[in-house]
Design a protein around this ligand. Structure first.
Ligand code: ADP
Length: 255
C-alpha cells in the first residue's frame, strides 16, 4: 500500500495569499528511496507547496506529516531539525566564505541559535568540528566541487553555486530533500552530475522531492509525478502515465 510507505505526506493542504488561492486541497506523498516530482505551469503553486512543507508558511487548512509526526505549524527551524532540508531557487551563497566553509556552515544555517550567533559574530558559529569537516568534504565530493573547495563561494558561476546549494542541503543527514529548480542554469555536464547524484541519494533511501521545469529530466529521474495547475493536483502518476496522458500534456504542460 503506497500510503503506508510514505515518509512525507500533505493532506488537503490549502493556502491563500489575500484573495489568491495558491493551493487548494493538495495531497501528495513522498516515499523513501523514491524521487517525487512536482511539476506544473508558472504560478501553479509548486514553490508555495515546498514553502508549506518546510515550515516557511503556515497552512490555512490541511496537515503535513513527516514520519507520521505533524509538522505543519512548526517553525522552519523545527521542521529542518525533524530532518527536512531544502534548496532555494535563488542559491543563498554566503559572502566571505570559501566553498568548504560554506558547506560546513550549511548545518548551522538551519539552526536559529546559530544564525543568531553568526549575526552577533559569536565564536560558536565558527566551531566547526572534525565531523563537520568530513561531512562537508563528502558533500562537496558528491556534487563534484571538491577541487573548488578553497575558492570563494560567491565567486562561483551560477551552475556551481547551485551545486554548492545542494551540497549545503546534504549536511546534517536529512531524511527529506526538497529541491527547488536545482537544474536551472546548469550546463549539460552539471545536469549529469546532478542527475546521477539525485539517483544515488534516492538509492541510498533518501526521500527526494523535486520541483523542476526540465520535463525531460523529470521523466528520467522521477518515480512519481504530481501535476499542479492553479493550486490543485490535476494529475499524478508514473512518468509513463503522465507522458501518455494527452490531456495533461496539452492542457497543463503545453507539451
Ligand atoms: P510556482 O512555484 O508553481 O511558479 P508559486 O508557488 O510561486 O508557483 O505561486 C503560486 C501562487 O501564489 C501565485 O499566484 C503567486 O503569485 C502566489 N504567491 C506565492 N507566494 C506568495 C507570497 N509570498 N505572497 C503573495 N502571493 C504569493
Amino acid at each position: 500500500e503506497r500510503r503506508e510507505g510514505a515518509l512525507l505526506r500533505t493532506d488537503n493542504v490549502s493556502k491563500a495569499f489575500g484573495g489568491n488561492q495558491a493551493l487548494s486541497d493538495v495531497s501528495v506523498e513522498a516515499k523513501p528511496g523514491a524521487v517525487t516530482a512536482i511539476i506544473g505551469p508558472n504560478g501553479s503553486g509548486k514553490t508555495t507547496l515546498l514553502n508549506m512543507i518546510s515550515g516557511f508558511y503556515r497552512t490555512d487548512q490541511g496537515t503535513i506529516t513527516i514520519d507520521g509526526q505533524a509538522v505543519h505549524g512548526l517553525s522552519s527551524f523545527r521542521v529542518a531539525r525533524s530532518g527536512v532540508s531544502r534548496t532555494f531557487q535563488t542559491p543563498n551563497v554566503p559572502e566571505k566564505l570559501t566553498v568548504l566553509e560554506a558547506v560546513e556552515a550549511g548545518r548551522y544555517a538551519r539552526d536559529r541559535s546559530s544564525i543568531l550567533a553568526a549575526v552577533l559574530r559569536l565564536p560558536s558559529y565558527w566551531r566547526v568540528t572534525r565531523d563537520d569537516r568530513i561531512e562537508a568534504e563528502r558533500a562537496l565530493a558528491l556534487v563534484g566541487l571538491s577541487e573548488q573547495r578553497h575558492a570563494m563561494a560567491d565567486s562561483l558561476p551560477l551552475g556551481n553555486r547551485r551545486l554548492l546549494e545542494v551540497a549545503r542541503s546534504l549536511v546534517g543527514s536529512p531524511k527529506v530533500l526538497l529541491l527547488d529548480e536545482v537544474a536551472s542554469g546548469l550546463d549539460e555536464d552539471e545536469i549529469e552530475v546532478l542527475a546521477s547524484l539525485i539517483l544515488r541519494l534516492r538509492d541510498s533511501g533518501m526521500t527526494v522531492v523535486l520541483v523542476e521545469h526540465n520535463f525531460r529530466l523529470v521523466l528520467r529521474l522521477a518515480d512519481v509525478i504530481y501535476v499542479l495547475a492553479q493550486g490543485k493536483v490535476m494529475a499524478q502518476g508514473t512518468p509513463d502515465e503522465i507522458e501518455n496522458n494527452p490531456r495533461v500534456m496539452e492542457e497543463y504542460l503545453g507539451v
